[in-house]
Design a protein around this ligand. Structure first.
Ligand code: HPA
Length: 266
């Protein structure tokens, strides 16, 4: 970790980020517009490279609305074959660089039938159905405790702030529980019925590992899902990655203005 941190500090003239943002599928545009320093993951010691179309794979540092922000433009996923430790390593690096608040974003399928594509959903809680946990293994006591409490991962004050910002911008905002599967296959209709019965509002293949590690090492977490599709149902409509990226594209202007407003008021 010290190698990674030293490398980043050297490349960014000792930039000291206070807010981290992980930008999900199709939502990376913010980091094209605000980019004081850019480092591709491929250059960073101990980072793994993103292999998914729609994910750029670079760290972007910028002053946005007077806040020092570190963005991950593209994340790594468990389904790419990386370990849980590898995909959550950047969160520990953010913590070490001084980040206090982490905004996690993603593209997700709607399980809640009142949600529609291009809706934004504030994550109020999650269900980890990935079958594993990024904290498995020897614990580093300097980062966090062995058995972290999980009652307050998505901070109420950040949820309220995000809602207020959405209202001020006239953005209709949903709130719900994010359910994480490992992927990469999308869900069957029977799985979606199960998720709905068990309390999930949206389903995706990311975010939960990062949220667990961020909470563990004491970061304040805000999560926002961009609903890209109605998750599969008995109604027979099929789902593709292209459709997911297209819906995220349709929401990106709204998404970007919400993030900018949150950064201004955080
Ligand atoms: N399921 C899982 N992950 C997703 C979906 C979905 O329907 N849409 C975007 N990411």
């Amino acid at each position: 970790m010290q190698n990674t941190v030293d490398f980043i500090k050297e490349k960014t003239n000792n930039f000291e980020p206070e807010i981290g943002i992980i930008l999900g599928s199709g939502l990376g545009e913010l980091a094209d517009e605000y980019c004081d320093y850019v480092i591709p993951y491929t250059q960073i010691p101990n980072f793994v490279k993103s292999t998914v179309q729609g994910h750029k794979g670079r760290l972007v540092f910028a002053d946005i609305s007077g806040k020092k922000v570190l963005m991950m433009q593209g994340r790594n996923h468990f389904y790419e074959g990386h370990t849980m430790q590898e995909i959550t390593y950047p969160v520990k690096i953010m913590k070490t660089l001084g980040v206090k608040t982490l905004i996690l974003t993603n593209a997700a399928g709607a399980v809640n039938e009142s949600f529609k594509p291009a809706d934004l959903m504030i994550i109020k809680d999650h269900i980890n159905f990935m079958g594993t946990n990024p904290l498995i293994g020897a614990n580093d006591e300097t980062m966090g405790e062995r058995f972290p409490d999980m009652t307050d991962v998505y901070k109420k004050n950040l949820i309220n702030l995000a809602k207020k910002c959405a209202n001020d911008l006239n953005i209709d905002i949903k709130e719900g529980v994010y359910w994480a599967n490992s992927g990469p296959s999308y869900e069957t209709p029977a799985e979606i019925n199960m998720i709905r019965k068990l309390g999930g509002d949206a389903v995706g293949m990311s975010t939960v590992p990062e949220a667990i590690v961020a909470n563990y090492c004491g970061l304040n977490v805000l999560g926002i899902s961009c609903i890209t599709n109605a998750a599969s149902s008995d109604k027979g409509s099929k789902l593709s990655h292209e459709e997911v990226i297209e819906a995220a594209n349709n929401a990106k202007t709204k998404f970007k203005s919400l993030i900018l407003e949150i950064l201004k008021n955080i």
